[in-house]
Design a protein around this ligand. Structure first.
Ligand SMILES: Cc1cc2nc3c(=O)[nH]c(=O)nc-3n(C[C@H](O)[C@H](O)[C@H](O)COP(=O)(O)OP(=O)(O)OC[C@H]3O[C@@H](n4cnc5c(N)ncnc54)[C@H](O)[C@@H]3O)c2cc1C
Length: 426
């Protein structure tokens, strides 16, 4: 088979554009096929501090620092009791990552995709990937462009970065839903004039926990604020028949803290809705194939991890693809370590997410001031420190999150003085 590119990537979101960028840094020829015309709206606007290392490697850190508001922490509010607690990333066990960014994804995703193009990746927007045929000597990808005409491109390697559509895992029925996560619907919109924190705390994400789900408030540099909610299955069942907007308005009425933030706010975007299923593909790879980002797995939106996983997955994928191209060996087995690398970070968060939905993590999240060990571990997780080995990670993996407080010799917050408790849990 003759090839048009070294790699064809389906999807130009953070996973696809970052994979293209990392491959161009290794001088590989890349085609990115993206169904939409960018900029386009996308949910998933809060970044984590440990992604900053990747923004540096991708060459976009300076652009991001100039464009986006700093996010120095995450504030949790318990709606029913009024308890509040803010985690500051400067207190993470591994230092040097004091803030992340809040980004409007329309702008952010376009910036990343344009940057990949500026490095020499060929990007074709408004181009939908259809059939993908894997043969022993290469991959043939069928695409339909903006003029409605279909054509084929050939490459030794194919990357599925199609997000929650999960092109290949869907077709091969590899997606396994996470049975422990009890939420299933997210609704979201954008407001102006939200009563935001002032000063250094302005960029913090605020997460409200309530009986029936949780909500987020994500502030942007231009003054707009993203507000969304994720509902438990039981909650959406009880409110069946309501439109997304009615569902959101109904919920806000029962949430005194969120209502207070929104008292003078104006909604500037239609309320959107989204299925919120958590899933993982049984395999992230096969012969001549890697799945990156949401195309491989989606853990949960609670801890804002999606883009971190997409960007790290892209970095791991590019390394494996580059080596495969050098060796001329595209066998499935050689890509198995890719899945292990990705799963490392995902598993740590999956454990935390499971404890949140199945056990009493809500209470622990709000009672951190009483336990510096728990506080330090949660801060490090919230910062996204899940890919570099650390003692506390192996302790969580072995003992389970709720038990780490009982394990001796655990590190504590770097400076517990700086952990600020606003209102303790009653
Ligand atoms: C309610 C909710 C809140 C979230 N909040 C956060 C958050 O705060 N922070 C965070 O980091 N993550 C968050 N996430 C997760 C985040 O949205 C995703 O993890 C992230 O966008 C994954 O990037 P990706 O590139 O894998 O997929 P995407 O960003 O979805 O990109 C996939 C691209 O593939 C394209 N595509 C799909 N099918 C085809 C096809 N057949 N042909 C060509 N192109 C195709 C799509 O148009 C899309 O542009 C949230 C998710 C949800 C559901």
């Amino acid at each position: 088979m003759s090839y048009d590119f070294d790699v064809v990537i389906a999807g130009g979101g953070p996973a696809g554009s970052s994979t293209a960028n990392f491959l161009r840094q290794r001088n590989r020829s890349v085609l990115v096929l993206e169904r939409e015309k960018f900029p386009r709206f996308h949910i998933g606007e809060s970044m984590l501090p440990f992604s900053n290392e990747l923004w540096r490697e991708l060459g976009v850190f300076e652009k991001m620092d100039a464009r986006y508001i700093h996010k120095p922490g995450a504030k949790f509010i318990h709606e029913e009791s009024g308890a509040e607690f803010t985690y500051y990333f400067e207190n993470a066990i591994r230092g040097g990552h004091p803030y992340a960014y809040q980004v409007k994804r329309a702008d952010f995703d376009k910036m990343l995709l344009d940057h990949a193009a500026s490095l020499g990746a060929e990007v074709r927007e408004e181009t939908k990937v259809g059939d993908v045929v894997f043969a022993p000597d290469g991959v043939t990808v069928s695409a339909t462009g903006p003029d409605g005409k279909s054509y084929q491109v050939r490459a030794p390697m194919f990357v599925d970065a199609t997000g929650r559509d999960a092109l290949i895992a869907g077709r091969r029925q590899l997606k396994v839903p996470d049975g422990v996560v009890t939420t299933n619907v997210a609704v979201h919109t954008m407001y102006q004039n939200v009563d935001r924190s002032q000063g250094a705390d302005e960029g913090n994400i605020i997460l409200g926990l309530f009986d029936g789900g949780w909500w987020w408030m994500i502030p942007f540099k231009d003054g707009d604020t993203s507000v969304g909610m994720v509902f438990e299955k039981s909650y959406t069942r009880a409110q069946r028949g309501l439109s997304s907007q009615e569902l959101m308005e109904h919920a806000i009425e029962g949430l005194p803290n969120l209502k207070r933030y929104l008292k003078d706010a104006t909604r500037i975007l239609e309320v959107g809705a989204q299925g919120n299923w958590s899933y993982r593909s049984t395999r992230f790879y096969d012969e001549r194939l890697l799945m990156v980002g949401d195309a491989a797995a989606f853990v949960d939106p609670l801890f804002s991890t999606g883009v971190l996983f997409a960007a790290y997955g892209a970095r791991f994928a590019a390394g494996h693809i580059d080596a495969a191209l050098t060796d001329g060996d595209f066998s499935a087995e050689r890509f198995a370590p890719y899945q292990d690398e990705c799963a490392r970070g995902m598993d740590l968060f999956k454990g935390l997410v499971h404890e949140f939905y199945a056990q009493n993590l809500r209470k622990i999240l709000l009672a951190s001031s009483q336990n510096p060990t728990i506080c330090a571990v949660i801060t490090s997780l919230l910062a996204g420190d899940v890919y570099k080995p650390a003692m506390w990670q192996s302790m969580i993996t072995k003992a389970g999150f709720s038990n780490v407080a009982d394990v001796g010799a655990m590190p504590t917050a770097r400076s517990s003085r700086q952990v600020r408790l606003e209102k303790p849990l009653a």
